[in-house]
Design a protein around this ligand. Structure first.
Ligand code: OGA
Ligand code: MN
Length: 295
């Protein structure tokens, strides 16, 4: 059966049928999915009962996987999943919901802020692929906002004003904005801010998009209050309902998004019950801005 894609909102996001991710994909299928990603920016593939190995093998069709190191505070000895998997569940090593006051749980709440995965890395991510292994039915929708449409909708003066702006992104900023601000010396070194352009251009389609994220805390050459109010205003603009697709999860959904073109966030859910979500991340291949000289 050939792959087909049905658009989910008037502007973006598509649902894929005619593909089985437990099997190796043919070249034509990979090309069709990548073209679908360029066009829709988010693809939902329902009914994919896959293992971690199958998820990784499928993800590698789109490029090498990102190393998860530097993206969380979980100690290696506390990790539930093998290397190559990003654990975005609310579970501890034994598969039990994390205690409400655990550092890991509090850090993970940051995923409820609008963000783009790995915008805190000098070379940020290409795609994220998220698989639903245990469904939590009480909240936990994931929302996506189309940053191409949000950019297009800006007025000419704002587009000109922000064209060459460069922001600094850090996990310390997103977490700090929620009052989670105690980091060890090792974490501070790991979460050192990186620079990202505020407007980026997609390498294939040439479309411009707003590159926002809760990790963005400063704009070079601007005072902090001016920078932060601009980032807040742009984020408010960019996440209006007309730019958003709300994903209501079903067990074994696999959702792929292009971090270069969309923002996402998970909504609050009942964290006393399991929600097992496993992510693979396809690495990007370029920086969006020159980085600061090492001190
Ligand atoms: C992620 C993420 C949202 C969710 O995997 O990058 O932000 O629904 N997850 O868990
Ligand atoms: Mn994320």
């Amino acid at each position: 059966m050939a792959i087909s894609i049905r658009q989910l909102t008037p502007i973006f996001a598509g649902e894929v049928s005619g593909v089985d991710l437990t099997k190796a994909l043919g070249k034509d299928e990979v090309v069709a999915l990548e073209a679908g990603m360029d066009k829709y920016a988010v693809l939902v593939i329902p009914g994919q009962r896959i293992s971690d190995e199958q998820q990784q093998a499928f993800s590698r069709n789109f490029g090498p996987l990102e190393n998860a190191r530097g993206g969380n505070i979980t100690k290696d000895t506390d990790k539930r999943l093998a290397e190559g998997m990003n654990d975005v569940s609310n579970l501890d090593k034994d598969g039990k919901p994390l205690p409400k006051d655990s550092r890991q749980h509090l850090f993970n709440i940051g995923n409820m802020l609008w963000h783009s995965d790995s915008s805190f890395r000098a070379v940020p991510a290409k795609y994220s692929l998220l698989s639903c292994r245990i469904l939590n039915t009480n909240g936990g929708n994931t929302e996506f906002a189309d940053m191409r449409a949000a950019y297009d909708d800006l007025d000419t003066a704002t587009k000109a004003e922000i064209e060459d702006m460069v922001c600094e992104h850090s996990l310390m900023h997103s977490r700090g904005s929620l009052g989670f601000s105690e980091f060890t010396a090792e974490e501070k070194a790991m979460f050192k801010p990186v620079r990202q352009r505020l407007v980026r251009t997609h390498p294939v389609t040439g479309r411009k998009s707003l590159y926002l994220s809760s990790h963005a805390g400063t704009i070079l050459g601007m005072t902090m209050p001016e920078a932060r109010i601009l980032l807040r205003d742009l984020t408010e603009h960019a996440t209006q309902p007309k730019f958003v697709y709300v994903h209501r999860w079903q067990l074994h959904d696999l959702v792929i998004w292009d971090n270069r073109q969309v923002l996402h966030r998970v909504r609050r859910y009942d964290t006393s019950q399991p929600r097992d979500m496993r992510r693979t991340t396809v690495a990007g291949n370029t920086m969006t801005a020159a980085q600061a000289e090492a001190a």
